[in-house]
Ligand binder design. Structure first.
Ligand code: DX5
Ligand code: ZN
Length: 232
């Protein structure tokens, strides 16, 4: 049973932000009502794209960002970068099970440092990777696109997978966030929430929707997300 009282968190992906003015973009999106900063780390090896690393995470902290930073590691191997992101001030650190030879150890590394740990599931990755680690995850992230790029379309098969992940979380009795990443828009967020997600990554939908009246704000799209979520 989905808990109707769970809180919904909006996590803009800075992959679609203007990297030339990243600190200001993060300030603007948080001032517009976002809850979490989703930080996509790509290594041109595990995924076919190259983005930003721990130095940028640390720079955002030094800039004054105090909101949770959700480091989504699309890198292989993962363990050394886990340490770097802990030092850089990440709040959540999630990684793909295929990218770690020792999933239990990688999760433990994150948790031992006091960060929130999560596993990320590509569209074709089975949830059975959770079987023996439900007590070690704080977040389950389902990819609703193949990782590597922003601006792709939501894969509808993810809805059933969300329902299955929600069943597993409810059966565990644990407090584990269920995050969705890829192709989240105003017109599908309600359906995604009904399938069980409680944390919503949105890159292009947010950063392509600057307020017309105030180019430093994204609050109209964030308000639209919350209006949709209020109706489920
Ligand atoms: C894709 C990234 C996503 C991406 C989402 O590999 O993990 O976080 O930025 O972008 P949109 O919301 O545009 O699909
Ligand atoms: Zn991501």
């Amino acid at each position: 049973m989905t808990d109707p009282t769970r809180d919904f968190l909006i996590a803009p992906s800075i992959l679609s932000a203007d990297f030339a003015r990243l600190g200001a973009e993060v300030d603007d999106v948080l001032a517009s009502g976002a809850d979490i900063v989703h930080f996509d780390v790509m290594d041109n090896h595990y995924v076919p794209n190259l983005t930003i690393g721990p130095m940028v995470c640390e720079a955002l902290r030094k800039h004054g960002v105090s909101a949770p930073i959700d480091a989504h590691l699309m890198v292989k191997p993962v363990d050394r970068l886990i340490g770097d992101f802990i030092d850089a001030g990440a709040s959540y650190i999630t990684f793909h099970p295929e990218a770690s030879d020792h999933i239990d150890r990688s999760l433990q590394l994150i948790r031992d440092a006091g960060c929130q740990a999560g596993l990320v599931f590509n569209p074709a990755t089975p949830l059975s990777f959770l079987d023996y680690v439900m007590d070690k995850v704080d977040m389950i992230l389902l990819m609703s696109v193949n990782p590597g790029f922003g601006g792709q379309s939501f894969l509808p098969g993810t809805l059933d997978k969300l329902r299955e992940a929600r069943r597993r979380i409810d059966a565990s009795g644990r407090s584990i966030r269920l995050e969705i990443d890829g192709g989240v828009k105003v017109d599908n967020i309600a359906e995604i929430a009904r399938a069980g997600a409680d944390t919503f990554v949105a890159g292009s939908a947010v950063f392509k929707a600057r307020n017309e009246a105030d180019p430093h704000r994204y609050d109209s799209v964030i308000r639209d997300f919350r209006d949709q979520l209020a109706r489920i």
